[in-house]
Design a protein around this ligand. Sequence first.
Ligand SMILES: [Zn+2]
Ligand SMILES: [Zn+2]
Length: 370
Amino acid sequence: MKHDSRRRPLVVGEGRISGYLSITLGVLSTLAVLCFLFPDALTTPELRAGYDLGWMRVFLGVGMVFSAGFGVLTFVLGRQRHLGALGLLLTGLAFWLGGTGVQVGPRYTAPGYIGLDWFILDLLGSALIFVLIEKIVPREPGQPVLRPDFWHDARYFVFNHLTIGIFIFIGHVMMPRLFAWSINADLQAWFRDLPGIVQFAVILFLADLVEYAIHRTMHEVPWLWRIHAVHHSAEHMDWLAGSRLHVLEPLVTRALVMLPAFVLGAEPGPLLCYVIFAGFQAGLIHANVGLRFGLLEYVFTTPRYHHWHHASDREAVDVNYAAHLPIIDRLFGTHHLPSRRWPDRYGVIGEPLPKGMVRQFLYPFRRRAT
Ligand SMILES: [Zn+2]
Ligand SMILES: [Zn+2]
């Protein structure tokens, strides 16, 4: 059955790996061309400011060449020709829309945007970096890339990335309105005079304090737990598992963790470093990575640290809430990191969550089974 073939582990030489790569790169190339055509509606203003158009065209060209190459390879390997055909069709579509020679579309003031560029860059970056690390130093060597629920979490990845623009937009609009009273010009001037690395460290610490408070509240208030339980329903940990989030969770968390940086008036440089660091760490701590981090394990949260947070072992219920710095869990007595051991299993204890994104979205609003 079609469903089953998507879930079978990938085998080298069969044509599915090259087929999936061809389709993925074909989709991303087409989306990238659309980003050129409709920059204001489809790209993130903060990222757009840092792009070099020449290099973006080179990346697009490389993506299209690899997409076509993997498509042809799939044909040569023979058994999955429909995947190769789709990949080649998508590369053709990117080419037809303008390819690397595409002109930047007319500019206008968009009321909001879809962060397609962030989706493309994060998917390419995360998949390349984390799948590679997971293959080199896996925590669970037998876990395939297409592990159970891979496609379920992939849907969350797509959905959460495409809606991030809405969250950032709400944050931009709401934050100045709700917290304008907290702005102090002297405090902001003093903070901006601090070295960038100090600003980064302060933002990281304060954002994690906020994150800790929200995260712990979500575990301790029963209705909020039903929202956060979606994240904890993952039974297989890897770079993609962290994407499984009920849509209401990032809506609250992403806006509030930025509050300290907003109040302190942080410089754009340290702020961007924080956003990149937080994004990378979020992928890493969920990843199927068994790397030993030595002394760093005391300073930053690691895969083993956050895997204990996801454990359904009794010893590890409601521990390790911090997203970046374990010291915060130590301060509040919720730190749990047995030396060198990993959890036995992951997931929620008790009532299992329904399967599927829509059912999981509705889960917190449903009457509890008695
Ligand atoms: Zn949690
Ligand atoms: Zn997590």
